[in-house]
Design a protein around this ligand. Structure first.
Ligand code: GDP
Ligand code: MG
Length: 178
């Protein structure tokens, strides 16, 4: 009941980082629209989407989701992009060791230039492609743990762990976020 006196409407900026092709746009579309489009080639359109979720205590949280529209190559633009973000979701593809290396680059970048209290999530996407896996689950877990991030494997294709990714991100935010 959003009219309750203790109801709060919170907003959180969430940015996605990671190599082109790891599934960032598909993760966003799965979360926001509940869809997966296997024909999408490099990226799927909008670079800004929002999704509001209701919490049990009548609080609503509006995620303002910033997805790169293919500018992953322009590292110099990144600080503009993640400025003011409460959550940074760093995505790799479990079938691509190169994308895991690139994810580590983004983590270091955020540690150097990002806000110190930004919540960082490390996401191994395309978890449905188990037979093509080249990045062991444990490697993702270990790296995340060492760097104070939380770790989750997702599939935008099957929807596995997509809602959990956003829910856990919220739980990790400092209690005074706005
Ligand atoms: P982006 O460049 O990081 O935004 O990647 P996209 O979201 O455009 O996805 C790149 C390609 O990976 C597309 O062909 C998607 O269909 C495919 N893809 C994305 N997520 C998944 C997934 O979870 N499983 C599988 N099998 N394919 C995926
Ligand atoms: Mg994209």
């Amino acid at each position: 009941n959003s009219g309750a006196p203790d109801a709060k409407n919170l907003r959180v900026k969430l940015v996605l980082l990671g190599d082109s092709g790891v599934g960032k746009s598909c993760i966003v579309l799965r979360f926001v629209r509940g869809q997966f489009d296997p024909t999408s080639k490099v990226t799927v359109g909008a670079s800004f989407l929002s999704q509001t979720i209701a919490l049990q205590d009548s609080t609503t949280v509006k995620f303002e989701i910033w997805d790169t529209a293919g500018q992953e190559r322009y590292a110099a633009l990144a600080p503009l992009y993640y400025r003011g973000a409460g959550v940074a979701v760093i995505v790799y593809d479990i079938t691509s060791p190169e994308s895991f290396t690139k994810a580590q680059y983004w983590v270091k970048e955020l540690q150097k230039h990002g806000s110190p209290d930004i919540v960082m999530a490390l996401v191994g996407n395309k978890a449905d492609l188990q037979e093509k896996r080249e990045v062991p689950v444990q490697d993702g877990k270990d790296y995340a743990e060492k760097n104070g991030m939380f770790f989750i494997e997702t599939s935008a294709k099957t929807a596995d762990n997509i809602n959990q990714l956003f829910e856990v991100s919220l739980l990790k935010l400092p209690s005074d976020f706005h």
